[in-house]
Design a protein around this ligand. Sequence first.
Ligand code: FNR
Length: 344
Amino acid sequence: MTLDSNRKDQHVDLAEQQYEPSNQSDFGKMRFIHHSLPNLKVADISLQTEMAGMNLAAPFYINGMTGGSERTKQINADLATVAKMTGLAMASGSVSAALKDPSVSDSFSVIRKVNPNGQIFANIGAHHSLENAKRAVDILEADALQIHINAPQEMIMPEGDRDFTMWLRQIEEITAHVGVPVIVKEVGFGMSRETIGQLIAVGVRTIDISGKGGTNFAAIENARRTAIAYDDLENWGQSTLISLLEADVHRGKAEFLASGGIKTPLDIVKALSLGAKAVGLSGQFLHMVLSDGPEQTAETIEAWKQQIKTVMAMLGKTSVADLDRTDLIFQRDILDWCDMRGID
Ligand code: FNR
């Protein structure tokens, strides 16, 4: 087994060990204001949304996770089965491993094989060349490309990258020339409005702020370390809720996706009501597919779609776009962050 494929298996194991059913995210610090007269028919509620030039039948998707080993090939096959059964879009994990070692390409291309007509995103790190980005898209016959930015993970990972000077330039070049829509994403550390501004300035139009509150890659890489532990860094980053508030100033210049600690249909609706066009889930769907298998997971997801409609009905909203204008209440510490950062 190569270092890469071993690491991919460890990420899955550690993410699953770390999984908590109860919500650790900031979404508990935000409430909808209940109004008693929703003026709609449930039959008129649509879950459709658009992102990265695509129409999505539901406003949530299976976010980037894995591939690169025999075991993760099976997980990707199971996740792709779920995507096919439910019509959800799905991202692969970083295709880097297959670019280095083509013998593991099938652990990614299996996603397309299982779901030939699905909406599928490839995924690579920001240090990659345009040529590598094109290869990653080809392997999955992908409809879009996710580029992940994960500096804290690289730094805590003993074998991680130590040179970040090319990231923004590579993102600019790939976004301009890769030939499919690009989604730049964090991996659970969240984004600041400064980061978002830098991405927009180089032409990025779809950004997944992937915030803190769910899978914690500082903790995962810390657990893999045999040298000095970095326990003090495990709380690094901005929550998904804060990151969406940070993104607000850039509305209209880019579209935002939310991920990080999304565990329930109510979390999905909360993220959408903060302006996200769609919501990605990784740790939660990994847990469901590992513990329940693909068929049961697909059934649960169908129930989630109904539950999202239930919340939308209670909010009096018939479309995902309308959720953007919902009355919200935040706890004091969230408002303190907004005050200090000058967010209205
Ligand atoms: C991830 N994530 C991830 N992201 C990415 O862009 N490329 C990758 O290869 C991976 N690998 C990966 C493996 C595993 C096992 C997990 C659980 C996650 C990060 C993921 O897309 C997401 O940004 C974070 O996990 C936060 O979302 P959740 O897990 O809290 O829903």
